[in-house]
Design a protein around this ligand. Structure first.
Ligand code: NAG
Ligand code: NAG
Ligand code: NAG
Length: 231
């Protein structure tokens, strides 16, 4: 029986009112949750080796100013290069840790550079790793945020060339790059990432999240999987 039957003079029940109030409050959240979904899969694909379900997919969550992420990169890169390109693919996601003051701005620079020239994204990641200390907390304690953004812009220019300086500058003013960086972070949270580096192989989290993995260890993880996926 309809509570608001035509011609009925009964007042709406308190329960219905409560439902309406809850719906009005929750509806914007539902819309927000849907808009979290990015138009394409998150992350930067290494050397355009597109991930397919026939390849082993490694995913790494890195913070550009995290020393353990820096130390994790060379052995992972070496391991990726050991295998033929069709058999393995790598996707790096940015995951700025809240206790690293410049993690978000350096992560955002990666998203900006990726939108200008996606082939240069990993160059910038390596540039950050190689000269990471300058963006640590104590080293930038007295710097304004504007000054840090300016320094990061200069560093990012090294990856894409001076002709793209203004494109990087405007990238930092573009809310799209802010959202892309937030989206990566939220994606990491949704997968249970709580530190960096954090790795997934074919979607499964590796134990010891938050610590680097040696080349030997990578080989021992990947070797048993190679060639078995197609069977
Ligand atoms: C994009 O970056 C790659 C790698 O650094 C470089 O070889 C290429 O020339 C760049 N493309 C453009 C349009 O600048
Ligand atoms: C920051 O400023 C304080 C006070 O002026 C100074 O003692 C300190 O050495 C500065 N730190 C850096 C990293 O420049
Ligand atoms: C970046 O620079 C290259 C030339 O080096 C140019 O072709 C390209 O249009 C620039 N991209 C943007 C977004 O300014």
């Amino acid at each position: 029986m309809g509570i608001l039957k035509q011609g009925s003079h009964k007042a709406p029940s308190p329960l219905l009112l409560l439902h309406i109030i809850i719906f009005i409050q929750v509806a914007p959240l539902i819309v927000k949750a849907q808009s979290l979904i990015p138009p394409k899969y998150d992350g930067f694909v290494y050397k355009n080796r597109a991930a397919t379900t026939d390849s082993i997919i490694i995913e790494a969550f890195f913070d550009p100013v995290c020393p353990d992420s820096r130390d994790a990169w060379p052995p992972l890169k070496q391991a990726i290069h050991h295998y033929p390109s069709g058999s393995i693919s790598l996707i790096v996601h940015t995951f700025p840790l809240p206790y690293h003051d410049n993690a978000f701005v350096t992560s955002r620079a990666l998203h900006i550079v990726n939108s200008i020239n996606s082939s240069a994204t990993y160059n910038l990641l390596e540039i950050f790793f190689n000269d990471q200390e300058r963006f640590y907390n104590p080293q930038t304690l007295n710097n304004s945020r504007a000054s840090v953004v300016n320094q990061v812009t200069q560093v990012a220019t090294k990856a894409v060339g001076k002709s793209n300086l203004s494109a990087i500058r405007s990238g930092f003013l573009d809310s799209k790059t802010d959202h892309a960086t937030r989206s990566s972070f939220k994606y990491g949270c949704s997968r249970g990432v709580y530190g960096t580096p954090f790795f997934f192989v074919n979607g499964f989290a590796l134990a010891d999240g938050g610590s680097p993995i040696t080349y030997k260890k990578w080989r021992s993880i990947i070797d048993p999987l190679v060639g078995k996926g197609k069977a």
